[in-house]
Ligand binder design. Structure first.
Ligand SMILES: Cc1cc2nc3c(=O)[nH]c(=O)nc-3n(C[C@H](O)[C@H](O)[C@H](O)COP(=O)(O)OP(=O)(O)OC[C@H]3O[C@@H](n4cnc5c(N)ncnc54)[C@H](O)[C@@H]3O)c2cc1C
Length: 284
């Protein structure tokens, strides 16, 4: 049996798998190396599971998480050339993918430099930055659908919207991208990284932006306009650098972040009559 049960009786601390370093323990934590493994776990748990990517968009409650947590293991962590495309396993972190692009002078993803996602999570959420999303250079993806069927989808068969794609709820297994040849990629990557480090708060753990931007203003602007930058509860703090970030100063708890999120929603609604929608995903 290829199924590798990392821990089932001894519980796995999810905090170390999230970028904000908050979270309880997973009662069942699986690293799946094959599609058969994934299907077996899903069927054993009646189709109820959590899929973990890079953990960079997750806020997990400090409780014992009963649903099995599935992480795509090493077999999904590869990059190779495939005709005129690059094929990547869904577990590849975007920073590693960019390193490969840099080495091979492949332009297209440089605006995503610094985003700590995996390819699977990035496609499910349709990450974007500086006006361009990950779908632009995507050619297709292989997924495991809700019925347990493997499907190969062309880019045109996938719907991408702001922080959403039709791949959410499915399991991305691998994807193909076609890039353009770019000689001076390093300069571009460095310039995007500079802009990111200037704008975002990388001083402490976070899950990036907490809220989606409404159509009128950025969420960060709205939160700042309510004077909330720097507001703190326990070790959770609304970043003084980027108001749409909540950072974990040391030992922040789920409840601390939740308190600040509620406070932000209340204050922004009172002042602007705008309901902020969360971008992060909660596991509770
Ligand atoms: C410092 C920082 C900066 C960030 N900057 C940006 C930014 O500029 N732009 C932006 O868009 N986002 C940004 N993010 C948010 C985050 O990186 C994205 O939301 C990303 O899509 C999360 O990917 P992940 O692999 O970490 O997924 P996770 O956080 O682990 O999971 C997020 C969702 O994706 C699903 N998922 C994970 N893997 C797969 C898969 N293989 N198949 C299908 N679904 C899957 C999960 O089940 C979950 O629903 C930032 C986050 C941080 C911490």
């Amino acid at each position: 049996m290829s199924l590798k049960v990392i821990v089932s009786s001894r519980n796995i601390n999810l905090r170390k798998y999230t970028s904000i370093k908050i979270g309880g323990k997973a009662k069942y934590f699986f690293e799946a190396d094959t599609v058969d493994d994934i299907c077996r776990i899903i069927s054993d748990f009646d189709n109820s599971y959590y899929l973990l990517g890079g953990g960079s968009n997750l806020l997990i409650k400090d409780v014992l998480i009963d649903k099995p947590v599935i992480k795509l293991a090493n077999a999904f962590n590869y990059i190779r050339k495939s005709g005129d495309c690059v094929e990547v396993g869904a577990a590849i972190p975007i920073p590693h993918f960019l390193q490969y692009c840099l080495k091979n002078n492949l332009g297209g993803l440089e605006n995503l430099a610094g985003i700590p996602a995996t390819v699977g999570g990035a496609l499910a959420m349709n990450i974007s930055s500086f006006g361009r999303d990950i779908s632009v250079f995507l050619k297709g993806a292989e997924i495991l659908d809700e019925e347990g069927k493997i499907k190969k989808l062309d880019r045109e068969q996938i719907q991408f919207d702001y922080r959403h794609s039709s791949l959410g709820g499915k399991i991305v297994l691998r994807a193909w991208f076609k890039f353009y040849s770019e000689k001076d990629l390093k300069t571009k990557v460095n310039s995007f990284l500079d802009k990111r480090f200037q704008a975002q708060d990388f001083g402490f753990p976070s899950c990036g932006c907490i809220f989606k931007n409404p159509s009128s203003f950025t969420a960060g602007f709205l939160i700042d306009s309510c004077g909330l930058k720097g507001a703190r509860r326990g070790d959770a703090q609304i970043s003084s650098k980027h108001a749409n970030f909540i950072v974990n100063l040391s030992q922040a708890k789920y409840e601390d972040v939740d308190y600040l999120i509620c406070k932000i929603k209340d204050r922004v609604y009172q002042k602007h009559e705008i309901i902020l929608e969360e971008e992060i995903e909660r596991w509770i």
